[in-house]
Structures are given as structure tokens and as C-alpha cells.
Ligand binder design. Structure first.
Ligand SMILES: [Zn+2]
Length: 460
């Protein structure tokens, strides 16, 4: 890791820091100001460019994912209490198991799924996010970049940088905030500022600020030689400025005593959901980046539909997919390249299930069905709860499961698979069920086609 170049005398002259400490009770920490050659608009533009790169390079969950929706709601609540310039804050969840989070200049904040999995309570997750929001408020990224540019450029050029030329000059000097960027690694000074500002944001939003320090210190305790690299990464990006907990406690003491929010029902639901998810490791992400990522367009479902008529049901499917098994009791509809050696990577399986006891409720039958599917696929796990699902033609139970895809990554490890099970009671007491299958990373893009197929299903 490289480090900041020492301040030159010229730079020291340019650097003006206002540290305002207000003596009155109930005062909030004021954001510090520092030397920054980027205007707010430039910073937003720079952040947007880098966010687009991050989206391409990392497995970011779609905005429609329930975990993302929850994180966006929590983030919005915290950002509403952020002081200073109102940046266009936006929040994303990266499907990676390492415990980490980072903020791009201008307000894009990325939280790894591993962080949601590791948070013991909602205040801890809020703490990580309030801390990241504070890095944005303090413009730590562009301030570090400005420092670097200030040290390298003659004053005449530095003074002449205006508008787009700042961004062009930054690009020319190789300054970027992309994945793994040096400017996303924070100094201890920046950490201390983010902790203090984060404390106030948490307090004002109703979350117990000490939980932020508890979470960070817990990570640090577990860190060390031989500990898992997931924790080391967070601590390397957000180093302990020293006595985190004490600093937070000192700040809280300047504020009036208040009661804090308990974990919301949303948080509890999301914790259950993420417990069943298997995010990728950074090594797997790196391997996918090398491979070029995408799984190929030949599985992409066509918008034109064909009708398949079975003697027990009728369903429409994308015309570039195929029906395997025809009139048998188990039919698979899939793209040709989505099926290999009897394993389905993309597509839908449709079959019948005979409940153990006659007259059983669809609920009970669905649970049995999940258990029997798990018998043949032991690593299959249900995420979230069963839900009732209704289309124009059918009513059923829906459940989502996570398992292993037959598709392997570059290192020979199976990708995570998402299976969407829909069970429908038939008049004769049996259950017709469909399992929509896709690697987890492509599930969001396949979902509209799956839902479209389900809407056309008619059970005879
Ligand atoms: Zn930090």
C-alpha cells in the first residue's frame, strides 16, 4: 500500500482546515473543511462515473432485491440527518461475503451482504452506514485526491483548473475511485471524523451510537494474523483511529439522554433472509471479472412466447427455449445451453407432487415438498417465508431457495443458484409445482420471464 506523500510547504499553505468546536450543549459535530479542488458538481459527476464502473465490476444486487430495498430505506433515514451539503445519496448491496462497505465521492454507498449478515442488531448496520455517509459529507475521497494532485502539480496548473479540466487532469493523473482505489482507504484522521459525525447521525435517527463502535471493535478483536481476510479488509479500509468507543461515548455525553429504537420488524425479516444467502467471496468475484462475467446471451429468454399443452396444464414459454420431457410427469422448459448432463442451470421444471396424507393443506404440502427437494439437493436452503401467490388463473404458495448451480466459476466452484418454487393445489388433491431456476447473479434479469410464464399457466 502506498501512503500519502508528505505535505510540501506549498501545499501546507494551501491547506486550510476549519475545525469548529461549539461549546454549547446539544451541539452537533460540524463537518470539517479541507483543501478540495473538485467542485460539488464535479464530485457528483466523478462519483457517478465510478459508480457505473463498480456496477460493472462487482456483483451488485438489483434495486428490486428485498435486501437492497431494506438497505435503501435505512440509508434514506440516516441520510436525511446528514449535515452539510445534501449529496444525492444512494445505497447498494454487493453480493460479496467479506465484511466491508465503501462510499464513493458524491454519495453512492455500497454495503457488502457480509456486513448485513454480520450485524447483530439494526444499530450496528446503521452505524456502518452512518459512518460511510460521514465519509461522503467530509469529502474524504476527493480531499485525499486533491492532496495528491496538490503535491504533484505546479501551483500555476492547480490554480488554472476549472470545470471539466479538473476531472480531465484527475483522469490523466490516474486518480480514480474504482474498486480497490487507494483513495477509498481512509486515514486515521478521516476515520475519527467519520466516527464522530456518524455518532450524531445515528443519534438523530434514533439508533444507539455505541453500537457502531461495538461493531468495529468486535471486528478488530477478531482480526490478526491468521484471522479471516474478510475482517482484515474492512479494518484496512477503515483503520481504528484509537479508542473508538471512548470517542463515541464522549460525543454522546454532549447530547441529551434519549431512548433508542429497537430492531425493526424489517430488520428481523432481512436477517432471516440473508442467513440463507451465500454471497460470493472476493476471490470468486475476481475470477468472474477475469472471465468477462456474463454467462452468455443464448439463455436470454425471447419475448415471443409459444404455448405448451400438457394433459394436466398449459403454459406459454419463450420461443427460443425448448420443452424437454414433453408429456411425462416431469417436464423441463429451458434454453438448450441452460441444460447439461441432466442438470438445469436456467429454466423451469414442472412436476407433480403427491402429499403424504390426503386432504392436507397446501401449506403443509409445500413444506413437505421443500423437504423432499432438499433430500435430493442437500445444500438447498429456503430463504424468507412462503408466500401466497395469485395470478388470473391460479392461486398457490411460493418459496425461494438457494442452492448450488451446475455452472462453475473459473476455479471450479459451483455458482450460487436461486430456485423459485411455486406450488398449486389440484382438484384431485395432488400438487402441481414449478421450480424456476437460474444462477443467483442472473435471477433478477430472468425473473420477468419467469413471472410472465407463470401468468400464462392454466391447470386442468
Ligand atoms: Zn471509515
Amino acid at each position: 500500500m502506498s501512503c500519502y506523500s508528505p505535505c510540501t510547504r506549498m501545499f501546507a499553505l494551501l491547506l486550510i482546515v476549519f475545525l469548529s468546536v461549539s461549546p454549547c450543549l446539544e451541539a452537533r459535530v460540524e463537518p470539517t473543511r479541507g483543501f478540495d479542488i473538485f467542485s460539488q458538481d464535479e464530485e457528483i459527476q466523478l462519483g457517478k462515473q465510478n459508480a457505473a464502473e463498480v456496477m460493472k465490476q462487482l456483483p451488485v444486487l438489483p434495486d428490486s432485491d428485498p435486501v437492497t430495498q431494506y438497505v435503501q430505506k435505512l440509508g434514506g433515514r440516516l441520510a436525511a440527518r446528514a449535515p452539510g451539503y445534501q449529496w444525492p445519496y444512494n445505497f447498494h448491496v454487493v453480493n460479496v461475503k467479506e465484511i466491508n462497505a465503501f462510499a464513493l465521492p458524491g454519495g453512492s454507498i455500497f454495503v457488502n451482504l457480509g456486513t448485513v449478515q454480520a450485524a447483530d442488531n439494526e444499530a450496528q448496520l446503521a452505524g456502518v452506514m452512518a459512518h460511510e455517509i460521514s465519509h461522503v459529507v467530509q469529502r474524504h475521497g476527493t480531499r485525499a485526491a486533491s492532496k495528491q494532485m496538490g503535491a504533484q502539480l505546479p501551483l500555476s496548473i492547480l490554480g488554472g483548473l476549472l470545470g471539466n479540466s479538473t476531472l480531465a487532469k484527475a483522469a490523466e493523473m490516474g486518480i480514480s475511485f474504482g474498486v480497490g482505489s487507494y483513495f477509498l482507504k481512509n486515514s486515521r484522521q478521516a476515520e475519527s471524523e467519520a466516527d464522530l459525525l456518524g455518532t450524531d447521525i445515528m443519534y438523530d435517527s434514533g439508533y444507539e451510537p455505541q453500537q457502531m463502535a461495538v461493531f468495529f471493535e468486535e471486528l478488530e478483536k477478531q482480526m490478526g494474523p491468521g484471522s479471516n481476510s474478510m475482517i482484515n479488509q474492512f479494518m484496512s479500509d477503515h483503520p481504528n483511529p484509537g479508542n473508538r468507543a471512548e470517542a463515541v461515548t464522549r460525543e454522546v455525553k454532549t447530547l441529551m439522554a434519549r431512548t433508542y429504537l429497537a430492531d425493526s420488524a424489517d430488520f428481523k425479516e432481512i436477517k432471516t433472509r440473508v442467513a440463507g444467502m451465500k454471497p460470493l467471496s472476493s476471490a470468486e468475484v475476481a475470477a468472474m471479472q477475469k472471465q468477462g462475467g456474463s454467462s452468455g446471451s443464448d439463455v436470454t429468454p425471447s419475448a415471443n412466447l409459444k404455448v405448451f399443452t400438457h394433459n394436466e396444464y398449459q403454459i406459454s414459454y419463450p420461443e427460443n427455449w425448448q420443452v424437454f420431457g414433453d408429456q411425462s410427469s416431469s417436464v423441463t422448459i429451458a434454453p438448450r445451453s441452460g441444460v447439461s448432463q441432466n442438470a438445469v442451470a436456467y429454466g423451469v421444471m414442472i412436476a407433480n407432487y403427491q402429499p403424504e396424507e390426503a386432504g392436507e393443506s397446501l401449506d403443509a404440502a409445500t413444506h413437505e415438498l421443500v423437504a423432499s427437494l432438499r433430500q435430493s439437493n442437500p445444500d438447498l436452503k429456503q430463504i424468507g417465508r412462503d408466500e401466497t401467490i395469485r395470478t388470473k388463473n391460479v392461486t398457490g404458495k411460493s418459496a425461494e431457495l438457494i442452492g448450488s448451480s451446475p455452472i462453475k466459476d473459473a476455479q471450479g466452484k459451483a455458482l450460487q443458484e436461486r430456485d423459485w418454487l411455486v406450488a398449486i393445489a389440484r382438484r384431485d388433491g395432488t400438487v402441481l409445482y414449478l421450480v424456476f431456476i437460474s444462477p443467483d447473479k442472473d435471477f433478477a434479469s430472468m425473473r420477468p420471464a419467469f413471472e410472465g410464464m407463470l401468468r400464462t399457466l392454466q391447470v386442468k
